[in-house]
Design a binder for this molecule. Structure first.
Ligand code: MG
Length: 383
């Protein structure tokens, strides 16, 4: 790896792991984090989880796994160029969606409603819960025992109530501090990835057209450029040529604007980055405005499209009915997933029972949730 900037995350300055371990022999601490994430069961399940389009709708849509790989790829490019810790940025990106329920945001919203009386459900917090508690791989501890820097990056948002319960990793939400630059970068890499791939998937699904997209300056400018260079280009090659330019434009803007902000701030360590009043990584103001326009367009034209809404409504029903069935009768749940099972030593009482149900449902892939729903509600299905 090239030389790290003083404000990057350095192994030697890590705030460490919850359970102290010997330093790895051939890898950096953050390489170990990344490797543990890639080997986790939750990571493998990402392949059958989706965010907008449900897994069985087609083989070409992004899954949470391919989304996470795209996010990591974008973050690595920016991290390397800015002399940030590329491996830490990659690890955070690969882990950022581990806590997502089946069926994307529809599933998360439904589960949050089901958990209203039991401290709610939030996917960021769940990602942290997966790496801190739920993975069962090591003899000496629960979870993956990741470094503080990786955990702070995974916890993107958090309510004050939850922050107070989380200890060290929740502190910054109470003190209004910032996470390290690699974590800040992961958030923007996530935005760049999904805003662009949702256009691609939206066109593929027939929900939006190139003509509609021309109203967006970000798309329109690059579309004109592509047609000047390649008159008559059409179809998917035209879309890809535009999208790759959009991604590049956003990445370069993020690099330039963030580098300028870093220089102006004068920060010289990760401690100083954390003490800043706001993120130092971010788009320029002009790109920020265009990006908001793009998000608004996607919300109105893709996420609220009736075809997506129909799937969303089915997904909500599946998650809610699964929750109600398991919550009403824990005997329906496989033994190992119950609050009384070994996986949930720290859970007890009604809150513990509800949390165990939420953990079980959140861990399901789209297709497993559909199958489990059938097993519970379709008398003709094997149990
Ligand atoms: Mg994401």
């Amino acid at each position: 790896m090239s030389e790290l900037a003083p404000y990057a995350a350095h192994d030697a300055q890590s705030r460490g792991r919850r359970h102290p371990e010997e330093p790895p022999a051939q890898r950096s601490e953050y390489q170990r984090d990344r490797d543990r994430i890639v080997h986790s069961a939750a990571f493998r399940r990402l392949v059958y989880k989706t965010q907008v389009f449900v897994n069985h709708e087609g083989d070409l849509y992004r899954t949470r796994l391919t989304h996470s790989l795209e996010v990591a790829q974008i973050a690595r490019t920016v991290a390397r160029s800015m002399q940030l810790n590329e491996v830490l940025a990659e690890a955070i990106c690969l882990a950022h969606d581990l806590g997502h329920t089946p069926f994307g945001h529809a599933g998360q919203d439904a589960l949050n409603e089901c958990m209203a009386g039991f401290d709610g459900f939030e996917h960021n917090l769940q990602s942290l819960r997966v790496v801190d508690e739920l993975e069962e791989r090591y003899a000496l501890f629960n979870g993956l025992n990741l470094t503080f820097e990786c955990r702070e990056g995974i916890l993107k948002h958090c309510s004050a109530m939850n922050a107070a319960r989380l200890g060290d990793v929740g502190e910054r939400f109470l003190k209004r501090q910032q996470p390290g630059l690699e974590a800040q970068l992961a958030n923007f890499a996530d935005e760049i990835a999904y805003n662009n791939h949702d256009i691609d998937d939206g066109i593929r699904a027939g929900l939006i057209t190139v003509e509609q997209l021309l109203e967006l300056p970000l798309f329109g400018e690059h579309h004109a450029e592509v047609l000047t260079l390649h008159p008559g280009l059409a179809g998917k090659r035209l879309v890809y040529e535009v999208l790759r330019r959009m991604i590049n434009h956003m990445v370069i803007d993020l690099l330039d604007a963030s580098s300028a902000r870093l220089r102006a701030s004068g920060v010289a360590s990760i401690a100083e980055v954390r003490a800043q009043p706001a993120y130092l990584i971010g788009f320029s103001e002009s790109l920020q405005a265009k990006n908001l326009g793009l998000k608004r367009f996607l919300r109105e034209q893709v996420y609220r499209h009736y075809k997506v809404q129909r799937m969303t409504s089915k997904a909500r029903r599946v998650v809610t009915e699964l929750f109600n069935a398991f919550h009403g009768d824990p005997a329906l749940m496989p033994d190992e997933h119950r609050a009384t099972g070994p996986r949930h030593e720290s859970l007890s009482g009604p809150h513990g029972h509800a949390r165990a149900v939420a953990d079980y449902i959140a861990g399901m892939t789209d297709r497993y949730a559909i199958l489990e729903h059938r097993r519970l509600f379709d008398p003709g299905e094997r149990t």
